[in-house]
Design a protein around this ligand. Sequence first.
Ligand code: C2E
Ligand code: CA
Ligand code: CA
Ligand code: CA
Length: 279
Amino acid sequence: AKERGRNTYRFYTPALNRASERRLQLEMGLRSALERRTLELHYQPLYDLGAGDLVGAEALLRWTHPVHGAVPPSEFIPLAEDTGLIVPMTAWVLEEACTRMREWQRVLGRDLRISVNLSPRHLQAGSVVEMVRGALVASGLSADSLELEVTERLLLSADEAVSRQLEELREVGVRLALDDFGTGYSALSYLKRHRFDVLKIDQEFVQGAPSNAEDASLTAAIAAMARSLGLQLVGEGVENEDQVGVLRSLGCDLVQGFHFGRPVPGATFLADAAGPNRT
Ligand code: C2E
Ligand code: CA
Ligand code: CA
Ligand code: CA
């Protein structure tokens, strides 16, 4: 047993060191990317399913590390949360996204809206309300053009401070969207306690609905619930016509997904938005 322990130790140490080394390099890289403003936002279009009009975009962070290459948000967002970098990062995302959208509204002469993701751990650890107000003032974007997305999981652990912030954000006049809906086991009571405007069905259900009976009935139940609560329903992760068909039959309001448009740099988003509609 002793010997096996030794082998295990010898076998795993280099891998562990490599993992913590990568983490350390990413943390330093993220710090410097924030200072040098080399993080990027991509924008994924959001369409009205009935009318086919472009209604806005979701801002999604992109980061290319000088040595490690493209690092996915699923890796660097948790790192930003652990290190506190999520605070300056979110401040930058909000100001950048609002500024771009204000510019596009002017150029296109249309009231498009912009969605920004908020980290649950950020909302739990501190306030984002002043940051949101600051971004609106700095950009000149009107509050009703900004939508803030929080995941359903936030509500499971929502304390007084989180509830108060959500309430204050409503008073500021921004829209609130509940993201990844269906994955966080939220009870209806949470939805009643915290007032949201938009419900985004998780892509897992959208993608499963055409072929999987369980996903289909969950999607239908979520759609019915959104309607009865007066929430706008967004289907995300839409990749094909079959999924569009299901969402149409359920009266889904807005759609987002590779079938309609991938997340793209701002200049591409603007060029596409100025062209013909895609739905
Ligand atoms: P999310 O908010 O649920 O964003 C949707 C994710 O699904 C994005 O991944 C998007 O690129 C991807 N997606 C969109 N349409 C499709 C589709 O048709 N098929 C498939 N397979 N995927 C699709 P991404 O950009 O990698 O972001 C992953 C997550 O990272 C986001 O999930 C969000 O939770 C987080 N994230 C991204 N940007 C930010 C940010 O600025 N702040 C915070 N706090 N979180 C962010
Ligand atoms: Ca989102
Ligand atoms: Ca989502
Ligand atoms: Ca999304």
